[in-house]
Design a protein around this ligand. Structure first.
Ligand code: RP5
Length: 171
């Protein structure tokens, strides 16, 4: 089995539906990853040991998602020196999502967490892939192709809009 390059962790299994798109994106790009639950508040020792051993286990990036008082990404970033991408989750204990966003985003100088938008785990997967693509030409060209497809999708919609007119598009 190939050793994982990306670690996807989340504060609870209730975060999984939000975090799954990160895993799907990495799978699409053929990047080996691991996915597990690590709770900053309920399993603090597990969080410390996960973060402490991340680099020696070969992980290059950690994607960490949490909601509400979302301490997991920041605490993991405080322990490891590999990049941490934070996914704020709008969870059952989140007031409106802002608590999750700000808990992950507003890190002190020295301990950055690359924070994506609320529930934007797919973007976390893309960012992790881009980081890995810095030292992997084949990943870089796959990412180039991925972005070209995004562009072509929009241009296709532009053409449809021109052809069909705005009032016929949604019939
Ligand atoms: C956070 O609390 C987790 O990351 C999750 O978003 C939220 C709720 O967790 P559960 O009560 O559903 O386990 O720590």
């Amino acid at each position: 089995m190939t050793a994982p390059l990306v670690g996807i962790i989340m504060g609870s299994d209730s975060d999984l539906p939000v975090m799954q798109p990160a895993a799907e994106l990495l799978k699409e790009f053929g990047i080996p990853f691991e996915l597990t639950v690590v709770s900053a508040h309920r399993t603090p020792e597990r969080m410390v040991s996960y973060a402490k051993t991340a680099r020696e286990r070969g992980l290059k990036v950690i994607i960490a998602g949490a909601g509400g008082a979302a301490h997991l990404p920041g605490m993991v970033a405080s322990i490891t020196t590999i990049p941490v991408i934070g996914v704020p989750v709008k969870s059952s204990n989140s007031i409106d999502g802002w608590d999750s966003v700000l808990s992950i985003l507003q890190m002190p100088n020295g301990i950055p967490v690359a924070t994506v938008a609320l529930n934007a785990a797919k973007n976390a997967g893309i960012l992790a892939t881009e980081i890995l693509s810095l030292s992997d030409e084949s990943l870089a060209s796959k990412m180039e192709q991925y972005k070209t497809t995004l562009k072509e999708d929009v241009l296709h919609k532009v053409k449809s809009l021109q052809k069909e007119g705005w009032n016929n598009l949604f019939d």
